[in-house]
Design a protein around this ligand. Sequence first.
Ligand code: G3P
Ligand code: MG
Length: 237
Amino acid sequence: MRVIAHRGASGLAPENTLAAFRLALELGAKAVEFDVHQAADKELVVIHDEDLRRTAGRSEHIRDLSWQELCRFDVGSWFDPRFSGERVPRLDEVLDLVGGKAEVHLELKHGSRRYPGVEARLVGLLRRRRALKNCVLSSFEHKALSAVRELEPKARLGYLLGETRLEAAWAEMKELRAESLNLSRQQVDAGRVAAAHRRRLKVLVYTVDDAAEARRLKKLGVDGIFSDLPRLLEDAS
Ligand code: G3P
Ligand code: MG
């Protein structure tokens, strides 16, 4: 079972920062997940929330700041003063660090409103970097996945079920030619794993930080788990 470092090694370093990705690689992660938003200057940036409240104590939204403005804020100290000075990284920087060393699970976020044209920018960037093969693009926003599929037949897609009913999702995943169904811990069960496998879909589960639970999911046939503590769970996988 694959262990995917969720937001980097985010149990040990501030999520979605270069420090967290560096640590995940040092710990031997073979796959890394992170979240992408679009800044005001259309730069693609790696951060989970659509604003800076939780990670920088600021009220500004990512969509309203250019990357130059955004990168002044410290998104490391909230986690531990040792990480003060960590900045919101650009997608390019994260791919420079991780690309080629670990599989990339890139989750496209949209916040309360979609970012117009973000899918084309994302596909363009991954094409330029020849990173499509090593990257699984996922999103709760299934329209974004459709837009990516229309733009790029070779894109690898992960379908985050979210609030969608599974009965409706099967058809959508087929249409999208998704490679994985990504479920929360609460959503996964043996029947769903078997149904996904019958359709040749992998099942990836978030967020698993407990070794006993990892072993249970492995027994269910789950193909991968997203974990904040990737090293801890490697043995259970
Ligand atoms: O992609 C799996 C997981 O990251 C989805 O939830 O909120 O951690 O981005 P979230
Ligand atoms: Mg995510």
